[in-house]
Design a protein around this ligand. Sequence first.
Ligand code: MG
Ligand code: MG
Length: 631
Amino acid sequence: MRTSIATVCLSGTLEEKLRAASAAGFDGVEIFEQDLVVSPQTPEDIAELAQELGLTLDLYQPFRDLEGVDEALFAKNLRRAEAKFALMRRLGMTTMLLCSNVGTATIDDDGLVADQLRRLGDLAARYDVAVAYEALAWGRFVSEYDHAWDLVAAADHPRIGTCLDSFHILSRRTDLETIAGIPGDKIFFLQLADAPALTMDVLSWSRHHRVFPGEGSWDLTDFLSRVVATGYSGPVSLEVFNDSFRQADTYRTAVDGLRSLRWLESRVAAQLSAAGEDPAAEGASGTALDLRPLPEVAEPRAVDFVELSTEDLGTLTRQLHQLGFDFTGFHRSKPHVRLWTRGQARIVISEIDSAALEAVRPRSPGTYLRGIGFDVDDADAAMHRATLLHAIEVPREQSHDEEVLRGVFAPDGSEVFFHRITGTAPAWIREFGTDTSAQTSRIDHVNLAQPASHYDESVLFYTSLLNLHAQPAQDVPSPSGLVRSQVMSSADRSIRMPLNVAPVHSELIGDKARAQTSADPYPEHVAISCDDIFEAAATARARGLEFLAVPQNYYEDLDSRFDLDPDFLGRLQEHHVLYDADASGEFLHFYTSTIGSVFFEMVERRGDYRGFGAPDAPVRLAAQYRRNLQL
Ligand code: MG
Ligand code: MG
């Protein structure tokens, strides 16, 4: 599949955009006119640079407001078009995007529009270029792709085809059946964008909130499959207008974009294979795109371990002991690495000094979540897939007699490892000694803080690499702003990872002293399951745990909502345990104080409760806020 990206998706100068697209591995780019207009380089320079970089220049865009106008204005518009055709020749480009008229169209007459498109086609032929006509969702008279296609068909000109843009089509919920009726060779260009489900005017939605496939709420797999079935053979291009992307690192955004296309390509290829077709075959099976699948990976089965790095070993390990964890041992060849376990919940602690921390991850000094190990069916396939999705491997040393543990960096800089657990414990545990923990705990969920600028990238990362599913996003109120929260989970919920975007001034939530030196102090947490929350709380109290204080008002509200047995309510309050329930079960949990940027949560799930105590999250955030400000 040939991949392309519109330069408008990326930050930087035109030259920076081209270099980033090439470095990420795109085959081509769409040149967004504004990027060229502000560039000091001549069109010939740009053409030469693209050639050097191995990029094709796939689409010149946009050309606006041509059709549906009176003859005098149309003559002027043709003159405008002719200047652009001449410019495209200098760039060595052959396809121009024409957007349906939004402003100057005064005549709602399909016959006239078809005639004007045909005359544009005659002019295009003289310059040996072609025009792809796209229905903008907010076009004056033409706003649906099937209407644009009808006009292209009526124009019946070899230089006039249509451009399908998933945003304009899916945002209007247009029936997709018509796509099957468009001959692939009359689709001159294909643009893909995903978007979050929002209720707002479609123009603002389009200009500010588009995201890459897999980062929003639409089914782009279905959409691309439909276009593939037409025999379309051109590039599959990303056209994403997004305020964050346009501020983010150019190369990073380009990699994020290419990852979305590779993932989508693989999903369509897998669908074709499942239907008994050869996704890489040309013509015969209906696809001309040479779609390549990624190695298939099953969803992870469990969290194998969580690794925390700390400068504050005493405080951290004391808290683990308070939570009922046992010290399993030191790593036999890395004495700064220790393992603590509580049943199947394994916490690897690496002790570091401040100087080393700076080099590893300039995040929250003190204590931070360094990585997560996942129990996967096939670690080699997972690693291979991750590499094909442009993830960077974590450099790691191990001696010949140690387990080979491979992993990649997640967008937030944390590490993601793949390992297959056979039997009751992972093989790597031998390197620490013998696991004697008799508890039946596991890691229930890991709550990760994501910088707002990398949030969409993170959703795609966990979706595409680990096969996790993004649940609908929620906003959780905190004293310093709304926290956006979205859960990534496996189908059987054995993996649960809420991703949080902290408010801009989140240092008010995190450890204030640390916040002076850290850009990302919003705390992350590891939740451990247990069979008996009251027993766990009693043990923790006996061992001196500092619980996160829960106010009396919370328990009064709880009583009003659930009409709880007074004894039970009293026990909850006495043990600082929070409570939630839904139709399928109950959730009891307590929180520890925060160390560095990490705290723990102990949870007991009763019945088939699947949530995370969402109504309790604001109580927790407020308590952390008070504690950190010592209010
Ligand atoms: Mg478009
Ligand atoms: Mg939690």
